[in-house]
Design a binder for this molecule. Sequence first.
Ligand code: HEM
Length: 438
Amino acid sequence: MTMMGLGVWLGLGLGGLPLLLWLLWWWNELWYVIPLKLKCSGTGTKLPPGNMGLPFLGETLTFLWYFKFLRRPEAFINAKRRKYGDEVGLFKTHLFGTPSIISFLPSANKFVFQSEDDFMLKWPNVELVGNSSLGKIKAYVEIKKATLENIGKLFVSLEPGHLLNDMDELFRGMVNGIRAYPLNVPGTAYRHALQCRKRLEAIFRVELEKKKSRNEVQTIDLMDGLMQIKDEEGNKLSDQEVVDNIVSLVVAGYESTSLASMWAIYYLAKSADVLRKLREENMAISKNNIGDHISSEDVSGLKYTNKVVEETIRMANIAPFVFRQATKEAEYKGYKIPKDWKLLVWIRYLHTNPENFEDPMCFNPDRWNEPAKVGTYQVFGGGSRICAGNMLARIQLALFLHHLSIGYKWELVNPDAEMIYLPHQKPVDGVEAVFSKL
Ligand code: HEM
Protein backbone atom coordinates (compact mmCIF):
# COMPACT_ATOMS: atom_id res chain seq x y z
CA MET A 1 0.00 0.00 0.00
CA THR A 2 1.34 3.46 -0.89
CA MET A 3 1.84 6.13 1.74
CA MET A 4 -1.11 7.98 0.29
CA GLY A 5 -3.36 4.92 0.51
CA LEU A 6 -2.31 4.39 4.12
CA GLY A 7 -3.05 8.05 4.89
CA VAL A 8 -6.53 7.78 3.39
CA TRP A 9 -7.31 4.66 5.45
CA LEU A 10 -5.86 6.21 8.61
CA GLY A 11 -7.88 9.39 8.03
CA LEU A 12 -11.03 7.39 7.45
CA GLY A 13 -10.33 5.33 10.55
CA LEU A 14 -9.61 8.28 12.80
CA GLY A 15 -12.45 10.37 11.43
CA GLY A 16 -14.84 7.46 11.05
CA LEU A 17 -14.45 6.01 14.53
CA PRO A 18 -15.82 9.05 16.39
CA LEU A 19 -18.62 9.21 13.83
CA LEU A 20 -19.41 5.54 14.43
CA LEU A 21 -19.40 6.05 18.20
CA TRP A 22 -21.58 9.14 17.84
CA LEU A 23 -24.00 7.16 15.67
CA LEU A 24 -24.09 4.29 18.17
CA TRP A 25 -24.78 6.69 21.04
CA TRP A 26 -27.57 8.54 19.27
CA TRP A 27 -28.96 5.70 17.15
CA ASN A 28 -32.05 5.05 19.23
CA GLU A 29 -32.73 8.77 19.56
CA LEU A 30 -32.48 9.17 15.76
CA TRP A 31 -34.45 6.00 15.09
CA TYR A 32 -37.35 6.50 17.49
CA VAL A 33 -37.52 10.16 18.44
CA ILE A 34 -36.76 12.06 15.23
CA PRO A 35 -39.60 10.43 13.21
CA LEU A 36 -42.01 11.33 16.01
CA LYS A 37 -40.77 14.91 16.03
CA LEU A 38 -41.16 15.11 12.24
CA LYS A 39 -44.70 13.78 12.43
CA CYS A 40 -45.46 16.22 15.23
CA SER A 41 -48.97 14.83 15.54
CA GLY A 42 -51.23 14.77 18.58
CA THR A 43 -51.42 17.18 21.46
CA GLY A 44 -48.12 17.03 23.35
CA THR A 45 -45.18 17.67 21.10
CA LYS A 46 -42.24 16.82 23.34
CA LEU A 47 -41.34 13.45 24.76
CA PRO A 48 -40.52 13.11 28.45
CA PRO A 49 -36.84 13.68 29.26
CA GLY A 50 -34.52 10.66 29.29
CA ASN A 51 -32.02 8.59 27.39
CA MET A 52 -32.82 5.91 24.82
CA GLY A 53 -29.45 4.16 25.27
CA LEU A 54 -27.60 1.99 22.77
CA PRO A 55 -29.04 0.40 19.63
CA PHE A 56 -31.07 -2.75 20.37
CA LEU A 57 -29.91 -2.87 24.00
CA GLY A 58 -31.24 0.54 24.98
CA GLU A 59 -30.61 1.08 28.69
CA THR A 60 -30.68 -2.63 29.56
CA LEU A 61 -26.99 -2.60 30.54
CA THR A 62 -27.55 0.39 32.83
CA PHE A 63 -30.54 -1.39 34.36
CA LEU A 64 -28.43 -4.52 34.96
CA TRP A 65 -25.64 -2.38 36.37
CA TYR A 66 -27.90 -1.01 39.10
CA PHE A 67 -29.99 -4.15 39.74
CA LYS A 68 -27.42 -6.93 39.30
CA PHE A 69 -23.98 -5.46 40.02
CA LEU A 70 -24.46 -2.46 42.32
CA ARG A 71 -27.55 -4.10 43.87
CA ARG A 72 -29.07 -0.67 44.44
CA PRO A 73 -32.24 -0.68 42.32
CA GLU A 74 -33.50 2.67 43.60
CA ALA A 75 -30.31 4.33 42.38
CA PHE A 76 -31.44 3.63 38.79
CA ILE A 77 -34.37 6.03 39.18
CA ASN A 78 -32.53 8.43 41.50
CA ALA A 79 -29.76 8.90 38.93
CA LYS A 80 -32.40 9.81 36.36
CA ARG A 81 -34.17 12.16 38.77
CA ARG A 82 -30.89 13.99 39.37
CA LYS A 83 -30.14 14.24 35.68
CA TYR A 84 -33.55 15.03 34.22
CA GLY A 85 -35.57 16.37 37.15
CA ASP A 86 -38.83 14.89 38.32
CA GLU A 87 -41.41 17.53 37.63
CA VAL A 88 -43.41 15.28 35.34
CA GLY A 89 -42.74 11.87 36.93
CA LEU A 90 -41.96 10.28 33.54
CA PHE A 91 -38.72 9.37 31.74
CA LYS A 92 -38.27 8.06 28.26
CA THR A 93 -35.97 5.05 27.89
CA HIS A 94 -35.48 1.84 25.92
CA LEU A 95 -35.73 -1.29 28.06
CA PHE A 96 -36.38 -5.01 27.48
CA GLY A 97 -36.22 -4.53 23.73
CA THR A 98 -38.71 -1.68 23.26
CA PRO A 99 -38.93 2.11 23.52
CA SER A 100 -40.59 2.80 26.84
CA ILE A 101 -41.74 5.43 29.28
CA ILE A 102 -41.05 4.92 32.99
CA SER A 103 -43.50 6.42 35.49
CA PHE A 104 -42.33 6.61 39.07
CA LEU A 105 -44.34 9.23 41.00
CA PRO A 106 -47.73 8.51 42.63
CA SER A 107 -49.51 11.01 40.35
CA ALA A 108 -47.93 9.68 37.15
CA ASN A 109 -48.57 6.04 38.15
CA LYS A 110 -52.19 6.90 38.89
CA PHE A 111 -52.50 8.51 35.47
CA VAL A 112 -51.26 5.32 33.78
CA PHE A 113 -53.33 2.92 35.89
CA GLN A 114 -56.50 4.89 35.39
CA SER A 115 -56.21 5.67 31.67
CA GLU A 116 -57.27 2.19 30.70
CA ASP A 117 -58.44 3.18 27.21
CA ASP A 118 -55.01 4.58 26.42
CA PHE A 119 -52.75 2.00 28.06
CA MET A 120 -53.44 -1.69 27.93
CA LEU A 121 -51.86 -4.31 30.13
CA LYS A 122 -48.78 -5.60 28.35
CA TRP A 123 -46.19 -7.90 29.91
CA PRO A 124 -42.97 -7.88 27.92
CA ASN A 125 -42.90 -11.59 27.15
CA VAL A 126 -46.56 -12.37 27.06
CA GLU A 127 -45.97 -15.91 25.60
CA LEU A 128 -44.76 -16.99 28.85
CA VAL A 129 -47.06 -15.29 31.05
CA GLY A 130 -32.69 -31.58 69.65
CA ASN A 131 -35.87 -33.74 69.15
CA SER A 132 -37.86 -30.79 68.24
CA SER A 133 -35.16 -29.30 66.01
CA LEU A 134 -36.01 -29.20 62.34
CA GLY A 135 -32.48 -28.19 61.46
CA LYS A 136 -31.08 -25.73 58.95
CA ILE A 137 -33.16 -25.03 55.88
CA LYS A 138 -33.27 -22.56 53.04
CA ALA A 139 -36.59 -20.89 53.74
CA TYR A 140 -37.11 -19.88 50.11
CA VAL A 141 -36.66 -23.44 48.83
CA GLU A 142 -38.89 -25.07 51.47
CA ILE A 143 -41.64 -22.48 51.20
CA LYS A 144 -41.69 -22.85 47.45
CA LYS A 145 -42.18 -26.60 47.81
CA ALA A 146 -45.05 -26.11 50.28
CA THR A 147 -46.66 -23.40 48.13
CA LEU A 148 -46.45 -25.52 44.97
CA GLU A 149 -47.97 -28.49 46.80
CA ASN A 150 -50.89 -26.29 47.88
CA ILE A 151 -51.31 -24.85 44.41
CA GLY A 152 -50.98 -28.29 42.76
CA LYS A 153 -53.77 -29.62 44.92
CA LEU A 154 -56.07 -26.61 44.72
CA PHE A 155 -55.64 -25.97 41.01
CA VAL A 156 -55.29 -29.44 39.43
CA SER A 157 -55.57 -31.99 42.30
CA LEU A 158 -51.94 -33.02 41.83
CA GLU A 159 -50.31 -34.87 44.71
CA PRO A 160 -46.68 -34.23 45.72
CA GLY A 161 -44.19 -36.27 43.67
CA HIS A 162 -41.95 -36.24 40.61
CA LEU A 163 -44.41 -34.38 38.43
CA LEU A 164 -44.67 -31.44 40.83
CA ASN A 165 -40.89 -31.34 41.18
CA ASP A 166 -40.55 -31.17 37.40
CA MET A 167 -43.16 -28.42 37.31
CA ASP A 168 -41.19 -26.44 39.86
CA GLU A 169 -38.18 -26.42 37.52
CA LEU A 170 -40.35 -25.48 34.55
CA PHE A 171 -42.03 -22.60 36.37
CA ARG A 172 -38.66 -21.30 37.48
CA GLY A 173 -37.46 -21.34 33.87
CA MET A 174 -40.58 -19.51 32.78
CA VAL A 175 -40.44 -16.82 35.46
CA ASN A 176 -36.79 -16.12 34.64
CA GLY A 177 -37.81 -15.39 31.08
CA ILE A 178 -40.69 -13.03 31.81
CA ARG A 179 -38.50 -9.96 32.20
CA ALA A 180 -35.62 -11.23 30.05
CA TYR A 181 -34.64 -9.69 26.75
CA PRO A 182 -37.01 -11.24 24.18
CA LEU A 183 -34.35 -12.89 22.05
CA ASN A 184 -35.48 -16.32 20.84
CA VAL A 185 -32.09 -17.88 20.05
CA PRO A 186 -30.40 -20.91 21.67
CA GLY A 187 -28.90 -20.18 25.08
CA THR A 188 -31.12 -17.23 26.04
CA ALA A 189 -33.33 -17.13 29.13
CA TYR A 190 -36.24 -16.15 26.89
CA ARG A 191 -35.93 -19.21 24.64
CA HIS A 192 -35.59 -21.48 27.68
CA ALA A 193 -38.73 -19.89 29.16
CA LEU A 194 -40.67 -20.59 25.95
CA GLN A 195 -39.60 -24.22 26.05
CA CYS A 196 -40.57 -24.50 29.74
CA ARG A 197 -43.97 -23.05 28.97
CA LYS A 198 -44.54 -25.61 26.20
CA ARG A 199 -43.72 -28.48 28.54
CA LEU A 200 -45.95 -27.08 31.29
CA GLU A 201 -48.78 -26.75 28.84
CA ALA A 202 -48.31 -30.40 27.86
CA ILE A 203 -48.53 -31.47 31.54
CA PHE A 204 -51.74 -29.50 32.10
CA ARG A 205 -53.18 -30.80 28.81
CA VAL A 206 -52.75 -34.38 30.06
CA GLU A 207 -54.62 -33.49 33.27
CA LEU A 208 -57.33 -31.79 31.22
CA GLU A 209 -57.78 -34.85 29.00
CA LYS A 210 -58.03 -37.07 32.10
CA LYS A 211 -60.80 -34.85 33.43
CA LYS A 212 -62.63 -34.86 30.09
CA SER A 213 -62.63 -38.64 30.01
CA ARG A 214 -64.47 -38.83 33.37
CA ASN A 215 -68.11 -39.80 33.05
CA GLU A 216 -69.60 -37.44 35.58
CA VAL A 217 -68.99 -33.69 35.99
CA GLN A 218 -67.11 -32.95 39.21
CA THR A 219 -65.84 -29.71 40.69
CA ILE A 220 -62.91 -30.61 42.86
CA ASP A 221 -60.30 -28.08 41.79
CA LEU A 222 -59.78 -24.84 39.87
CA MET A 223 -59.32 -26.60 36.52
CA ASP A 224 -62.74 -28.28 36.91
CA GLY A 225 -64.19 -24.84 37.66
CA LEU A 226 -62.60 -23.28 34.60
CA MET A 227 -63.80 -26.16 32.41
CA GLN A 228 -67.38 -25.56 33.51
CA ILE A 229 -67.81 -21.78 33.55
CA LYS A 230 -69.92 -20.31 30.75
CA ASP A 231 -70.37 -16.77 29.44
CA GLU A 232 -73.79 -15.08 28.96
CA GLU A 233 -74.26 -16.96 25.68
CA GLY A 234 -73.50 -20.31 27.26
CA ASN A 235 -70.03 -20.68 25.67
CA LYS A 236 -67.41 -22.55 27.63
CA LEU A 237 -63.68 -21.80 27.61
CA SER A 238 -61.67 -23.66 24.98
CA ASP A 239 -59.09 -26.24 26.18
CA GLN A 240 -56.31 -23.78 25.34
CA GLU A 241 -58.00 -21.04 27.37
CA VAL A 242 -58.33 -23.35 30.39
CA VAL A 243 -54.65 -24.29 30.17
CA ASP A 244 -53.58 -20.67 29.60
CA ASN A 245 -55.54 -19.53 32.65
CA ILE A 246 -54.07 -22.24 34.86
CA VAL A 247 -50.52 -21.41 33.74
CA SER A 248 -51.05 -17.67 34.29
CA LEU A 249 -52.61 -18.17 37.73
CA VAL A 250 -49.80 -20.44 38.87
CA VAL A 251 -47.21 -17.96 37.54
CA ALA A 252 -48.98 -15.06 39.25
CA GLY A 253 -49.58 -16.81 42.56
CA TYR A 254 -46.72 -19.25 43.09
CA GLU A 255 -43.55 -17.19 43.10
CA SER A 256 -45.23 -14.14 44.64
CA THR A 257 -46.70 -15.98 47.63
CA SER A 258 -43.46 -17.93 48.20
CA LEU A 259 -41.42 -14.72 48.16
CA ALA A 260 -43.78 -12.94 50.56
CA SER A 261 -43.57 -15.84 53.05
CA MET A 262 -39.79 -15.95 52.72
CA TRP A 263 -39.55 -12.23 53.50
CA ALA A 264 -41.80 -12.66 56.54
CA ILE A 265 -39.34 -15.22 57.94
CA TYR A 266 -36.45 -12.90 57.18
CA TYR A 267 -37.85 -9.72 58.70
CA LEU A 268 -39.34 -11.43 61.75
CA ALA A 269 -35.97 -13.05 62.50
CA LYS A 270 -34.50 -9.55 62.55
CA SER A 271 -37.30 -7.90 64.54
CA ALA A 272 -37.66 -9.69 67.88
CA ASP A 273 -40.19 -7.16 69.15
CA VAL A 274 -42.47 -7.54 66.17
CA LEU A 275 -42.29 -11.35 66.42
CA ARG A 276 -43.16 -11.18 70.13
CA LYS A 277 -46.27 -9.07 69.46
CA LEU A 278 -47.26 -11.28 66.53
CA ARG A 279 -46.86 -14.43 68.61
CA GLU A 280 -48.91 -12.95 71.49
CA GLU A 281 -51.80 -12.11 69.20
CA ASN A 282 -51.75 -15.51 67.50
CA MET A 283 -51.26 -17.52 70.69
CA ALA A 284 -54.32 -15.80 72.14
CA ILE A 285 -56.44 -16.85 69.19
CA SER A 286 -55.06 -20.41 69.04
CA LYS A 287 -56.11 -20.99 72.68
CA ASN A 288 -59.72 -20.41 71.64
CA ASN A 289 -59.52 -22.80 68.70
CA ILE A 290 -59.49 -26.57 68.67
CA GLY A 291 -56.71 -28.14 66.65
CA ASP A 292 -55.19 -26.10 63.83
CA HIS A 293 -58.42 -24.66 62.57
CA ILE A 294 -58.59 -20.90 62.06
CA SER A 295 -61.52 -19.22 60.34
CA SER A 296 -61.57 -16.23 57.98
CA GLU A 297 -63.23 -14.17 60.75
CA ASP A 298 -60.29 -15.09 62.98
CA VAL A 299 -57.92 -13.84 60.29
CA SER A 300 -59.66 -10.48 59.92
CA GLY A 301 -59.57 -10.10 63.72
CA LEU A 302 -55.78 -10.49 63.76
CA LYS A 303 -55.13 -6.75 63.65
CA TYR A 304 -51.39 -6.81 64.33
CA THR A 305 -50.85 -9.82 62.05
CA ASN A 306 -52.51 -7.98 59.19
CA LYS A 307 -50.15 -5.03 59.70
CA VAL A 308 -47.22 -7.45 59.53
CA VAL A 309 -48.69 -8.78 56.27
CA GLU A 310 -48.87 -5.29 54.75
CA GLU A 311 -45.39 -4.31 55.91
CA THR A 312 -43.91 -7.56 54.58
CA ILE A 313 -45.48 -7.05 51.17
CA ARG A 314 -44.39 -3.39 51.06
CA MET A 315 -40.77 -4.25 51.77
CA ALA A 316 -40.70 -7.40 49.63
CA ASN A 317 -41.33 -5.42 46.44
CA ILE A 318 -42.25 -8.61 44.66
CA ALA A 319 -43.24 -6.80 41.47
CA PRO A 320 -40.70 -3.98 40.96
CA PHE A 321 -42.67 -2.57 38.04
CA VAL A 322 -45.69 -3.40 35.92
CA PHE A 323 -46.15 -3.01 32.20
CA ARG A 324 -48.61 -1.27 29.94
CA GLN A 325 -48.59 -0.39 26.24
CA ALA A 326 -49.94 2.83 24.75
CA THR A 327 -52.82 1.88 22.43
CA LYS A 328 -52.88 5.45 21.09
CA GLU A 329 -50.85 8.59 21.48
CA ALA A 330 -51.45 10.18 24.87
CA GLU A 331 -50.36 13.31 26.68
CA TYR A 332 -49.40 13.85 30.29
CA LYS A 333 -48.54 17.30 31.68
CA GLY A 334 -47.59 18.50 28.20
CA TYR A 335 -45.42 15.47 27.37
CA LYS A 336 -46.13 13.03 24.61
CA ILE A 337 -46.49 9.28 25.17
CA PRO A 338 -46.21 7.79 21.67
CA LYS A 339 -48.57 5.06 20.44
CA ASP A 340 -47.21 1.51 20.85
CA TRP A 341 -44.48 2.50 23.34
CA LYS A 342 -44.32 0.50 26.55
CA LEU A 343 -44.97 2.06 29.93
CA LEU A 344 -43.13 0.81 32.96
CA VAL A 345 -44.95 1.81 36.11
CA TRP A 346 -42.05 1.69 38.55
CA ILE A 347 -43.99 0.77 41.70
CA ARG A 348 -41.08 -0.33 43.89
CA TYR A 349 -39.73 3.24 43.90
CA LEU A 350 -42.89 4.37 45.70
CA HIS A 351 -42.44 1.90 48.54
CA THR A 352 -38.78 2.62 49.21
CA ASN A 353 -38.97 6.40 48.87
CA PRO A 354 -38.64 8.40 52.14
CA GLU A 355 -40.94 11.02 50.56
CA ASN A 356 -43.72 8.42 50.89
CA PHE A 357 -42.76 6.24 53.87
CA GLU A 358 -40.81 7.45 56.90
CA ASP A 359 -37.58 5.48 57.31
CA PRO A 360 -38.68 3.21 54.45
CA MET A 361 -36.08 0.48 54.89
CA CYS A 362 -37.13 -0.14 58.50
CA PHE A 363 -39.55 -3.07 59.02
CA ASN A 364 -42.20 -1.36 61.09
CA PRO A 365 -45.72 -2.87 61.02
CA ASP A 366 -46.93 -0.05 63.30
CA ARG A 367 -46.66 2.39 60.39
CA TRP A 368 -49.91 0.74 59.26
CA ASN A 369 -51.75 2.26 62.25
CA GLU A 370 -52.37 4.95 59.63
CA PRO A 371 -53.14 4.19 55.99
CA ALA A 372 -50.39 5.00 53.48
CA LYS A 373 -50.46 8.43 51.79
CA VAL A 374 -52.78 8.40 48.77
CA GLY A 375 -51.22 6.70 45.73
CA THR A 376 -47.99 5.65 47.46
CA TYR A 377 -48.81 1.98 48.06
CA GLN A 378 -49.20 0.07 44.81
CA VAL A 379 -47.76 -3.37 45.59
CA PHE A 380 -50.64 -5.01 43.75
CA GLY A 381 -50.68 -2.59 40.81
CA GLY A 382 -53.75 -0.46 40.19
CA GLY A 383 -56.76 0.33 38.03
CA SER A 384 -58.99 -2.44 36.77
CA ARG A 385 -56.02 -4.79 36.27
CA ILE A 386 -55.06 -4.70 39.93
CA CYS A 387 -53.80 -8.10 41.14
CA ALA A 388 -56.74 -10.51 41.05
CA GLY A 389 -55.22 -12.53 43.89
CA ASN A 390 -54.48 -9.67 46.30
CA MET A 391 -56.94 -10.78 48.97
CA LEU A 392 -55.94 -14.43 48.57
CA ALA A 393 -52.28 -13.45 48.92
CA ARG A 394 -53.01 -11.46 52.10
CA ILE A 395 -55.04 -14.29 53.67
CA GLN A 396 -52.42 -16.89 52.75
CA LEU A 397 -49.69 -14.78 54.32
CA ALA A 398 -51.73 -14.16 57.48
CA LEU A 399 -52.40 -17.91 57.85
CA PHE A 400 -48.74 -18.64 57.29
CA LEU A 401 -47.75 -16.07 59.96
CA HIS A 402 -50.24 -17.62 62.36
CA HIS A 403 -48.81 -21.14 62.12
CA LEU A 404 -45.23 -19.92 61.94
CA SER A 405 -45.42 -17.71 65.01
CA ILE A 406 -47.26 -20.15 67.28
CA GLY A 407 -45.30 -23.21 66.20
CA TYR A 408 -41.69 -22.25 65.61
CA LYS A 409 -38.65 -20.21 66.51
CA TRP A 410 -35.83 -19.62 64.09
CA GLU A 411 -32.57 -17.78 63.51
CA LEU A 412 -30.96 -16.59 60.29
CA VAL A 413 -27.69 -18.31 59.42
CA ASN A 414 -26.43 -15.26 57.51
CA PRO A 415 -28.21 -12.21 58.90
CA ASP A 416 -26.03 -9.91 56.79
CA ALA A 417 -26.39 -11.82 53.54
CA GLU A 418 -26.15 -9.61 50.48
CA MET A 419 -29.28 -8.86 48.46
CA ILE A 420 -29.85 -9.73 44.84
CA TYR A 421 -32.51 -8.00 42.77
CA LEU A 422 -32.90 -10.20 39.70
CA PRO A 423 -35.07 -12.01 38.85
CA HIS A 424 -36.50 -11.01 42.26
CA GLN A 425 -35.29 -9.16 45.32
CA LYS A 426 -34.03 -11.71 47.86
CA PRO A 427 -31.05 -12.40 50.14
CA VAL A 428 -28.39 -14.26 48.21
CA ASP A 429 -28.61 -17.33 50.52
CA GLY A 430 -32.38 -17.73 50.00
CA VAL A 431 -32.89 -16.99 53.76
CA GLU A 432 -31.03 -19.87 55.32
CA ALA A 433 -32.35 -20.36 58.85
CA VAL A 434 -32.18 -22.80 61.75
CA PHE A 435 -35.70 -23.78 62.79
CA SER A 436 -36.92 -25.54 65.90
CA LYS A 437 -40.33 -26.16 67.45
CA LEU A 438 -41.43 -23.77 70.17
C1 HEM B 1 -47.86 -10.98 47.66
C2 HEM B 1 -48.29 -11.60 46.59
C3 HEM B 1 -48.65 -10.94 45.30
C4 HEM B 1 -48.22 -9.73 44.77
C5 HEM B 1 -47.27 -8.71 45.39
C6 HEM B 1 -48.88 -9.58 43.49
C7 HEM B 1 -48.72 -8.49 42.65
C8 HEM B 1 -49.31 -8.36 41.42
C9 HEM B 1 -49.11 -7.24 40.52
C10 HEM B 1 -48.21 -6.05 40.79
C11 HEM B 1 -49.87 -7.47 39.42
C12 HEM B 1 -49.96 -6.59 38.17
C13 HEM B 1 -51.11 -5.62 38.29
C14 HEM B 1 -51.09 -4.60 37.16
O1 HEM B 1 -50.62 -4.87 36.07
O2 HEM B 1 -51.59 -3.49 37.41
C15 HEM B 1 -50.56 -8.72 39.61
C16 HEM B 1 -51.44 -9.27 38.68
C17 HEM B 1 -52.11 -10.47 38.89
N1 HEM B 1 -52.04 -11.28 39.99
FE1 HEM B 1 -50.94 -10.94 41.66
N2 HEM B 1 -49.68 -10.66 43.26
C18 HEM B 1 -49.58 -11.52 44.33
C19 HEM B 1 -50.24 -12.73 44.49
C20 HEM B 1 -51.16 -13.27 43.63
C21 HEM B 1 -51.90 -14.51 43.85
C22 HEM B 1 -51.80 -15.40 45.08
C23 HEM B 1 -52.69 -14.71 42.74
C24 HEM B 1 -53.68 -15.81 42.42
C25 HEM B 1 -53.43 -17.07 42.55
C26 HEM B 1 -52.47 -13.59 41.85
C27 HEM B 1 -53.10 -13.42 40.64
C28 HEM B 1 -52.88 -12.36 39.79
C29 HEM B 1 -53.51 -12.24 38.49
C30 HEM B 1 -54.50 -13.22 37.86
C31 HEM B 1 -53.03 -11.05 37.93
C32 HEM B 1 -53.39 -10.46 36.57
C33 HEM B 1 -54.58 -9.50 36.75
C34 HEM B 1 -55.00 -8.89 35.43
O3 HEM B 1 -54.20 -8.81 34.52
O4 HEM B 1 -56.15 -8.49 35.33
N3 HEM B 1 -51.53 -12.73 42.42
N4 HEM B 1 -50.21 -9.25 40.83
